[in-house]
Write a protein that binds this ligand. Sequence first.
Ligand SMILES: [Zn+2]
Ligand SMILES: [Zn+2]
Length: 393
Amino acid sequence: MSVNFNISTLKSQAEQISEQIIGYRRLFHQIPELKMETILTEQNIVKILKDLGVTEVKQGVGGHGVIAIIRGTQGGKTIGVRADCDGLPIKEETDLPFKSTNGNMHACGHDVHTATALGAIQLIMQNKEHLKYDVKFIFQPYEEGGGGAKLMIEDGAMQNPAVDEIIAMHVHVKPNENYAVGDVLVSSEPTSAGIYSYEATFEGKQAHVCESFTAINSVHAACTAVAEIAKISKSNKDIVNAITLAHGGVRNNIIPKSCTIAGSIRAFDAKLHNGAIAKFNQIVNESASKFGCTVSVKKTTDLVPMNINKTVYEKFKNIVNNMFPARGAVELVDRDLIGEDFATFSNLAPATHFFLHAKPQGEYYPLHNAKFDVDESVLHKASAVLAAFALYN
Ligand SMILES: [Zn+2]
Ligand SMILES: [Zn+2]
């Protein structure tokens, strides 16, 4: 056991493997795969894990998810690290020499998440004699669209060994005067929102307008619901409930049998989010019964808000402060009401989540943009803090 091992040793080891992490990122960047179909991605992850000497690897978890377990010297606790690995159906418009070769794109940085998690594994393997607890890396497909987390969890990802704490990272490129490239952005508040998207179909009875007294007007019921829902976001900026589609009928002299509305509810706070969903259901039911209609609600997205555990958050923040004393952990100041599938894991074990600010020089292209890119020179920092979270937990 080397007596000189400390957090700055780990930091410089991470700098030394920067090129390899970039290499991993470029490999995945060229073959972005969608949803659950991450077949080549799975193969590449498994190959790299074997090359790094990881012996406990489970493939095909919840489809093409991969789990890698590294046992600590003491055991008794399992630390989870989750990295998503799927791409998007976007045609890449960058001039990168390692641009996508298959018409899809890693436009959300999940290539980076996979690569930096592998970098963290490389660092842990290098310092294995200092690893006290077990570490479980979860490589998750199908984050985009949501659902991959649930599939892996249903297939036992959080069990055998049971995960006691879990962490995940997302790259961040939105410019902000508070952030420098390479900053680790943290928050004790939820870093992603709950998203509940719906389609509500009101059913009544069709009739010609001249016999409207025999009709049950589904449009009237739907519009009454829309008017009530519209008041919600107006009165509370912490909750969004936006109607994005309203459709019913074909012409001006026929009262249609059905009318459909669709929209999305979003909030950071779990209580507000659940309250908004309950209120929405109440509104559509009351609006339907007011006109004698029935209503059926279909959930099209149902994602919980991120659940940040204060203790795990503080522990991680201290690690970052120790590793990067000059900048320390930087407070996240620009939360957006976006969803992140890691929230599902964060509701099953005490969790924390962070962003790595990696905006490249020049013009700003947001996540999910065909010209999205990252500053690769800071990726090793994510590997360093993930490895430190396992080694210094
Ligand atoms: Zn995304
Ligand atoms: Zn993403």
